[in-house]
Design a protein around this ligand. Structure first.
Ligand code: SAM
Ligand code: SF4
Ligand code: F3S
Length: 362
């Protein structure tokens, strides 16, 4: 039997797909190079914007009737209900260990929602890495922050940190096998906290970073995403002492305006954010900063957007990921009026992209 995985969304979904592949390979499924030749198609969905969900329908329409199809990934309950009519099975990513069992049962829907979520173990599944030099290593999943626009706390649930010991063992193996680039992944890596250590000591993100950096061998170390509110002085200090750390750092600001940040439930001000950037740049003078921004958040005026423009000119990001606001069902922002027209969102997006690109041409 051959399988094919379609991945939408961020690095976390790429990493989840590697774990799905690991489960399928150990059940003797073989990877198909082509979706049409696969007996089983697994779609790993992203719900961060409506456009990402619309693309799932696009793929589903092209599947043929003889192909078994499974939908997993970041999904809202409301979308799961809609997709239930199209897919053979909708599986919580935390239950992917149970995939072989589901596949041997012909009555998929009988098992549906009766599977208890297996929170602790899915990150410890041995992955089938896609790349031979770069490896994504999830250190935590979920998010407790509830930014008002974001689905992640609903689709991935509460933060769960993976035991530091397991992370270090996985990375040691990767480095011994010649991997040159390691990415520590999570929706909010710097709130990582492992309380499971036998010593009773809590391993926070700076401590984990230090442990990983001390692994013998030559490799580049990256992490994403980090939240400005959890970027501690201890973390900056550890980063400045690391020997393998990449000088690329993503520090999502989301907006350059204090009022909008408040409405987004991002608990920092622009002055605090700038102060943080100053401390990071002082400790790590070669750091290259990137950021994420949402344009056209409900009620964002031209004046408020101009504060983001001002911030961009001041910080001079190397790379910027600009997202046009997309209302997501169930989030706090979905109850606010989405009153910035699409054309205006596109205009604001272009302005910020042009500033980032102009900086890169210099
Ligand atoms: N945890 C990261 C942080 O705190 O910034 C971000 C993770 S989120 C899954 C990735 C990016 O998607 C966010 O940085 C944000 O810019 C964007 N995003 C999230 N919800 C969005 C929405 N409703 N509309 C547009 N962009 C959105
Ligand atoms: Fe979403 Fe990131 Fe906010 Fe969590 S911290 S709710 S993942 S934007
Ligand atoms: Fe999308 Fe989930 Fe990532 S919603 S951006 S795939 S964490």
């Amino acid at each position: 039997m051959k399988y094919y995985i379609v991945i939408f969304g961020c690095q976390m979904n790429i990493s989840d797909a590697e774990r799905i592949a690991g489960v399928l390979e150990s059940a003797n499924y073989k990877k198909s190079q082509n979706i049409n030749e696969a007996d089983l198609v697994v779609i790993v969905a992203c719900s961060v914007r409506q456009s990402a969900i619309d693309r799932v329908y696009g793929v589903a329409e092209k599947l043929n009737q003889n192909q078994k199809n499974i939908l997993t990934g970041c999904l809202l309950e409301s979308d799961k209900k809609k997709f239930g009519k199209i897919f053979d099975y909708i599986l919580d990513i935390k239950n992917i260990k149970k995939l072989p069992k589901i596949l041997t049962t012909n009555c998929y829907h009988i098992l549906d929602d009766r599977l208890k979520c297996d929170n602790s173990s899915y990150l410890n599944i041995t992955p089938e890495y896609k790349n031979k030099l770069l490896a994504n290593v999830p250190i935590m999943t979920g998010c407790n922050n509830f930014c008002s626009y974001c689905v992640v706390p609903y689709t991935r649930g509460k933060e769960i940190s993976r035991p530091a010991k397991k992370i270090v063992t996985e990375i040691k193996k990767l480095v011994n096998n010649g991997y040159k680039e390691i990415w520590l992944l999570g929706q909010n890596v710097n709130s990582y906290k492992d309380c499971s250590a036998e010593s009773g000591q809590i391993v926070n993100f700076p401590k984990l970073l230090k442990m990983v950096d001390s692994i013998p061998g030559e490799f580049k170390l990256n992490f994403t995403s980090s939240h400005p509110k959890d970027f501690s002085d201890e973390l900056i200090q550890v980063m400045s002492e690391c020997k393998n750390l990449s000088m690329d750092l993503n520090l999502p600001v989301q907006s350059g305006d204090d009022e909008i940040l408040k409405k987004m439930n991002r608990p920092y001000t622009i002055s605090q954010y700038k102060n943080l950037v100053k401390k990071i740049r002082k400790a790590l003078p070669n750091i290259r900063l990137s950021t994420d921004v949402i344009v056209g958040f409900p009620g964002e005026t031209k004046k408020q957007f101009n504060n983001t423009v001002k911030l961009f000119k001041e910080i001079k990001y190397g790379v910027a990921f600009i997202n046009k606001y997309s209302p997501r069902q169930g989030t706090a922002a979905s109850k606010m009026k989405d009153n910035v027209p699409w054309q205006e969102k596109k205009r604001r997006e272009k302005i910020l992209i042009d500033i980032a690109n102009a900086k890169n041409k210099k």
